[in-house]
Ligand binder design. Structure first.
Ligand code: DSN
Length: 455
C-alpha cells in the first residue's frame, strides 16, 4: 500500500507539471497492459527497480569508482555501487565487475578498446546470422576500428564451430566474441574456449539476452570458460536499462591488469559520471535475481518458449533450428517467400502482438526487409503467463502470418514504397486481425500488469 501511495503521488505531480508527457506515458502503459510484449530483449521491471531508477540518485555526479571519486558527497553512492558490484560478483561467480556502462553497446566497445588495438583482428557471429552490431559488423565502429572476420551458423542454424576453428588458425584473432541477439540455442562456451586458448585469443561472452537465464540456472554459465563477460541489465535479468562488464578468474590469470584496463576504458576513457539511479536499479535487480522465485521465473521463461515453439510448429510455422533452448524463437518465413518479416511484424502489431522483424541465417532478402521474425517469452512470463497461454498465442501468431503471407515485396524501390503504404493503410482493417486483437486484450486483462499503478 505504501508503494501505491508513493507512486500515485509521483504521477500526480507529473500530470500537473507536464500533461503532454503524462498523457503519453499513460497511453504507453495502456499499450503495454493490453498487448502481448514479445520482443525477446524486453521485460517488465519490478516497481522497486523503477522507483530506484526514478529516484533522487539521478541528481548526483560521481566520476570515478567507489572510494576514488572526483567529486565530494559520494558516501552513499559508493555504498550503492559497492552493493551492485558485490551482488553481481556473487550471482555470476566473477572476480571483478564494472556496473557503470551506460548500455550494452558502450560496454562492448569498452571491452574491445581495453583488450585490442585498432586494426587488431576480432571475430564474432555475423550480424545477419544472429550476431550483434558491436561484435564487428561493418557499419558499427567495432567493424571499422578493428579487422573483423565474422563466423557464421551452419545451414541447421547452429554455430559453425569448425569455421571458428579455421578463422582462429588462419587469422589469429586477438579477441573472439560469443553471444548474439538472435540465437535460440545454448552457446558452446566450452568448445569456443578451447579454440580461443589454442590461438591465444581473449574469449568474451556477451550474454545480454541470457544473463537472467544464467542467473536462474537454466543456461550454462560462461564464467569458467571466458575471460570477460558483458551484459545489459534490462533483458532477461529484468533490471533497468544499463550494462555490466565482468572479469572472470580465468581472465585475471591471462592478464592480471585486465580489471584495471576495463575500468580505465570505461572511465575516463569513454564515459563521464555514472548513472547512479541506474546503478541502484541494477543492485535491486541483482538482489531479485538471486532469490528462489527468480529461478522459477527463469525456468518458466524457457518452458514457455518451448511451448510456444511447439504451438507454432503444430500450426505449420517453420523455426530456425527447429526450436529453442532459451527464451527466444526465430521464425523462418521463407516458405511463404522472401522479405516477409515487415508484413508479419505490422500485421501482428494490429493484432496487439509486439515482436520484431529479423534476418534469418542466409537470408535471401536484406536486413531492411528480412525474411524472419524474432519473438520471446521473458515479458509474458513476468506477467504470469504459462504453457496454456503459449499454445493460444502460438495459434494466433500462425493465423496472423497466414493473413500477411500473401503480401509480396516488390523488387523495384519506388513501387515498393507505394506498396508498403497501401499495405499499412489496409492492414488495420483486416477483420481477422481485429478479432484476434480483442481476444489478446481479453487474455491480457487476466494477467494484470502493474495493478498497483492507476493513472
Ligand atoms: N536491441 C537489442 C536486441 O533487441 O536484441 C540488442 O542490442
Amino acid at each position: 500500500m505504501e508503494v501505491e501511495s508513493v507512486r500515485m503521488e509521483w504521477l500526480h505531480e507529473l500530470k500537473r507539471a507536464d500533461p503532454e508527457i503524462y498523457d503519453l506515458i499513460k497511453k504507453e502503459l495502456e499499450r503495454q497492459r493490453t498487448g502481448l510484449e514479445m520482443i525477446p530483449s524486453e521485460n517488465f521491471t519490478s516497481l522497486a527497480v523503477m522507483q530506484a531508477s526514478g529516484s533522487i540518485l539521478t541528481n548526483k555526479y560521481s566520476e570515478g569508482y567507489p572510494g576514488k571519486r572526483y567529486y565530494g558527497g559520494n558516501q552513499f553512492i559508493d555504498m550503492v555501487e559497492r552493493a551492485a558490484i558485490e551482488r553481481a560478483k556473487k550471482l555470476f561467480g566473477v572476480v571483478h565487475v564494472n556496473v557503470q556502462p551506460y548500455s550494452g553497446s558502450p560496454a562492448n566497445l569498452a571491452v574491445l578498446l581495453a583488450l585490442c588495438k585498432p586494426g587488431d583482428t576480432i571475430s564474432g557471429m555475423n550480424l545477419t546470422d544472429g550476431g550483434h552490431l558491436t561484435h564487428g559488423w561493418k557499419t558499427s565502429e567495432t567493424g571499422m576500428l578493428f579487422n573483423s572476420v565474422p563466423y557464421h551458423v551452419k545451414p541447421d542454424g547452429y554455430i559453425d564451430i569448425d569455421e571458428v576453428r579455421k578463422i582462429a588458425a588462419e587469422h589469429k584473432p586477438r579477441m573472439i566474441w560469443v553471444g548474439a541477439t538472435a540465437y535460440t540455442r545454448e552457446f558452446p562456451f566450452e568448445e569456443l574456449s578451447k579454440i580461443a586458448d589454442e590461438c591465444g585469443a581473449y574469449l568474451v561472452a556477451d550474454v545480454a539476452h541470457i544473463s537472467g537465464l544464467i542467473a536462474g540456472g537454466v543456461h550454462k554459465s560462461p564464467t569458467p570458460y571466458v575471460h570477460v563477460i558483458t551484459t545489459t541489465t534490462h533483458k532477461t535479468l529484468r533490471g533497468p536499462r544499463g550494462a555490466m562488464i565482468m572479469v572472470t578468474e580465468k581472465g585475471m590469470q591471462k592478464d592480471p591488469e585486465l580489471a584495471d584496463k576495463i575500468d580505465r576504458t570505461i572511465f575516463p576513457g569513454l564515459q563521464g559520471g555514472p548513472h547512479d539511479h541506474t546503478t541502484a536499479g541494477i543492485a535491486i535487480a541483482l538482489l531479485e535475481a538471486s532469490r528462489p522465485e527468480f529461478k522459477t521465473y527463469a525456468q518458466q521463461v524457457v518452458k514457455n518458449a518451448r511451448a510456444l515453439a511447439e504451438a507454432l510448429k503444430a500450426n505449420g510455422i517453420k523455426l530456425v533450428t527447429d526450436g529453442t533452448d532459451n527464451h527466444m524463437i526465430l521464425v523462418d518465413l521463407t516458405p511463404f517467400g522472401k522479405g516477409k518479416g515487415v508484413f508479419v511484424q505490422d500485421a501482428l502489431d494490429v493484432a496487439g502482438i509486439t515482436l520484431n522483424k529479423n534476418t534469418i541465417p542466409h537470408d535471401p532478402a536484406s536486413p531492411f526487409y528480412p525474411s524472419g521474425v524474432r519473438m520471446g517469452t521473458p515479458a509474458l512470463t513476468t506477467r504470469g503467463m504459462k504453457e496454456p497461454e503459449m499454445h493460444i498465442i502460438g495459434k494466433w501468431i500462425a493465423e496472423v502470418i497466414n493473413e500477411a503471407k500473401g503480401y509480396e515485396l516488390p523488387e523495384d524501390k519506388e513501387t515498393r514504397q507505394e506498396y508498403l503504404k497501401k499495405f499499412k493503410a489496409e492492414i488495420p482493417e483486416n477483420r481477422k486481425l481485429v478479432a484476434i486483437r480483442q481476444q489478446v486484450a481479453e487474455l491480457c486483462s487476466r494477467f494484470p500488469l502493474y495493478p498497483e499503478v492507476s493513472l
